[in-house]
Design a protein around this ligand. Structure first.
Ligand SMILES: [Zn+2]
Length: 428
């Protein structure tokens, strides 16, 4: 019996040895995955995507700075700082109001301090961009899991407490998040997708009743809808970055949110309708190269010439309401997305200062189909053609340089830069 027990225990040890996992080996294998998926490094190393707009040309090319993207006067720094100081007194007044008056309600949602934070960021965006024609509402919705923000196409922007808490100390990121949602609203994305969804639903119902043609149409529409959704995200990112830049926020820190999302996995639903965060970063990085410095100046001009917008809690106590400016102006005095001729003029000019002359001519060409009255644009098109002639020796560009310079002169005969350019191209 004794021997038998010894035999059993030896057997047990034997089985144990056969079945034992090599936990060390398993861990080593796991660490290989960690090299790829580990998050800390990715979050901290993420400053690879450089999102900095070009303000002045680094190239030694002609740029008399006569193309302006918006109407403004440059506000001297001391005057601007003085105005910001004055505004600060008003902000404090509103902060006290916000806190004292409603403090008993804050237990269910955000507290006064959190609301004040989003108020300051959103208010600056609203004023810098002249979006103060209506009340804007910002809701901090309790959701500790979902790092997300959304809006419903009206003036209501919702940040989950998860996204707010993650970026609570990063005003640039909060500005980008709020700007992105405002971008969707300003570009009319909700109406656009609602219309697509309505059409899709009609075809889907027909398909369900046995209409095979409708089934095919539905599939096609669904594909288009997903592509459109992604394109709208790219556009809202660029629009949001523009709004944030005009309000003085730094794009390179604002994109922390996209870098954050690119590290973590996100829901399949989100992935279906949104491009990957890496692609969104690429899109932002590329587009912000063509943001003119005027945008920052316009923002300062608008803030300088406006008063602090009051804030209050919404009637349901779940969001804040940032009030519209008292004075009502015509629609052209407020923010509008760029018109097509403004877009082409900007890309024509920005490609030029980036030394991409062929692209510059391409977009100026598009502009001239829509608008033949922009003398500075013709001058810059002449410059771009001149450099292309010098680089390639192709006579076609020399002719273009002359043609555009003449056109500029016919529009503005007194401009000294245009006169100079006429003289120079005629000597080539
Ligand atoms: Zn979006």
């Amino acid at each position: 019996m004794k021997n038998f027990l010894i035999f059993l225990s030896v057997l047990a040890i034997g089985i144990n040895t056969v079945q034992a996992k090599d936990y060390a080996k398993m861990q080593i294998k796991e660490m290989k995955h960690a090299q790829k998926y580990g998050t800390t490094k990715q979050i901290l190393q993420n400053k690879q995507t450089n999102i900095t707009p070009v303000s002045v040309s680094v190239l030694n090319i002609k740029d008399p700075k006569i193309m302006k993207f918006g109407n403004y006067d440059k506000i001297p720094k001391d005057k601007y700082d003085e105005k910001l100081k004055k505004d600060e007194i008003k902000y404090e007044e509103y902060a006290i109001q916000l806190g004292k008056k409603h403090s008993k309600y804050y237990t269910t949602q955000a507290d006064a301090e959190d609301f004040y934070k989003v108020y300051r960021v959103a208010e600056k965006i609203i004023r810098a961009n002249k979006l103060d024609y209506m009340n804007w509402r910002i809701c901090l919705k309790k959701n500790v899991n979902d790092v997300n923000a959304y809006s419903d196409g009206t003036n209501l922007i919702t940040l989950t407490t998860a996204i707010f808490d993650t970026f609570a100390d990063n005003d640039d990121a909060l500005a980008f998040i709020i700007g992105h949602e405002m971008g969707h609203s300003l570009l009319g994305h909700y109406k656009r997708s609602a219309q697509l969804l309505k059409k899709m639903e009609r075809e889907q119902n027909l398909a369900k009743s046995g209409n095979s043609a409708a089934a095919l149409i539905y599939q096609g529409m669904k594909r288009k809808y997903l592509i459109d959704s992604k394109n709208m995200e790219y556009a809202a990112d660029v629009e949001g970055a523009k709004l944030a830049m005009r309000a003085g926020y730094r794009l390179n820190d604002g994109n922390d949110i996209l870098e954050f999302l690119s590290v973590y996995d996100i829901s399949a639903d989100f992935r279906n309708t949104h491009p990957s965060s890496d692609k969104r970063l690429e899109n932002l990085s590329e587009n912000s190269k063509y943001f003119p410095v005027d945008w920052k100046n316009i923002g300062e001009y608008n803030i300088y010439n406006s008063e602090v917008l009051p804030v209050k809690l919404s009637s349901d106590r779940k969001s804040i309401v940032i009030s519209a400016a008292k004075e009502k102006l015509g629609s052209n005095n407020y923010y509008n997305p760029e018109t097509m001729d403004e877009v082409y003029a900007r890309f024509g000019y920005m490609y030029y200062v980036n030394g991409e002359f062929e692209k510059s001519l391409e977009y100026f060409g598009e502009l001239f189909k829509l608008d033949q009255t922009n003398a500075p644009a013709y001058l810059y098109a002449s410059y771009a053609s001149e450099y292309l002639y010098k680089n390639t020796g192709n006579k076609k560009y020399l002719n273009l340089a002359k043609e555009y310079a003449n056109k500029a002169q016919s529009l503005d005969s007194k401009n000294k830069y245009i006169k100079e350019q006429i003289g120079q191209v005629n000597n080539l």
